[in-house]
Design a protein around this ligand. Sequence first.
Ligand SMILES: NC(=O)c1ccc[n+]([C@@H]2O[C@H](COP(=O)([O-])OP(=O)(O)OC[C@H]3O[C@@H](n4cnc5c(N)ncnc54)[C@H](O)[C@@H]3O)[C@@H](O)[C@H]2O)c1
Length: 359
Amino acid sequence: MPRIRAAIVGTGNIAHFHVKALQALPDEVEVVAAVDIDSARLMEFCASHRIGHRYADIEQMLASQRPELVHLCTPPGVHHAQVLVCLQAGASVVVEKPPTLTLHELDELAAAQGPAGPWLATVFQHQFGSGAQRLRSMMADGVLGRPLLAVCNTTWLRTQDYFDAPWRGRWDTEGGGPTMGHGIHQMDLLGSILGDWEEVSAVVRQQARMMETEDVSLAHVIFANGAVASVVNSVVSPREESYLRFDFERATVELTHLYGYGDDDWRISPAPGFEEQVSAAWKSASHGIGSSHGAQFQAVIHGLRTGSAPPVTTADARRTMQLVAGIYASAFQRRRIRPADLGPDSPFYSRMDGAGARW
Ligand SMILES: NC(=O)c1ccc[n+]([C@@H]2O[C@H](COP(=O)([O-])OP(=O)(O)OC[C@H]3O[C@@H](n4cnc5c(N)ncnc54)[C@H](O)[C@@H]3O)[C@@H](O)[C@H]2O)c1
């Protein structure tokens, strides 16, 4: 099969992970072009990754290169417009998280996909390590029993200078603080394990950073399967950690890491009486793949090659974006929020700060 022609738009920090992961699949993908409005950065990026064509404008690139796949590594505020022009040009898109600033924008993009493509996939790479796959398959096989309780902590540190970048820490350009920009990875993994959520209650705070959005959020979430979770998102935590804990009837499963995990970052503690059964299932399930952009992109390429919507699909990303919107709606409206409260009539459908943040 001919190689997929791919382009990268936005050549800042995360774009390097994208190009390296794509160039590690040389039989499948060819990175033919890159786009950035910062010409010096673009030039350096193309030189160091040996990319042949450079553009300052995404539409010019689409017209002259006609790529089948575009990776958007630009700030969140431009994702919606850039995804739309790519889909309209017939190119499938891999967009960095968060896919859009709002649920409204995400629904528009979902509708702009074709039944047989072009498609939009969102980067949530933590779903793709073997630890997460192992946990999902053990749940599906019934080895762990019912999920009862979960903890989902993103306690990170971003000093004030991090928010000097003009798009960070603002509702109009980043769409939120650590709930939207940082903890979204852990919350996405939580949702990929526990499924749909039914109710959220939350508090958001501005504890220490000077910015428009929150720097801390705390939530409790009830899932449709009956599990309850406590969720903390922070950018003011000097000892940084990403921590997920799932208490099932027959075992506790924990993941402790920072920005990416391997097999050693997972721990399972069987309940009394289930040691042999649980340990045997944990050992025999898949191993060896860490969470990474590369792990997700292999699944994306497989989806494109086989004519199916590549992961993470807009429907899956919506569950996570809806939880983010639910946390802000609960905090600013001072009430419990269910998914049905976040329809087109809600101010939180069109802005993550709704009708305006209420601290
Ligand atoms: N998946 C992850 O683990 C992860 C980690 C970090 C960042 N991200 C996400 O990646 C995205 C980019 O973050 P970053 O840290 O790389 O930002 P960055 O500021 O380092 O890079 C963004 C680049 O986009 C360029 N750009 C801005 N507007 C543009 C436009 N209209 N057309 C073309 N280029 C444009 C900028 O000049 C810059 O080079 C964000 O959505 C962020 O949330 C994801």
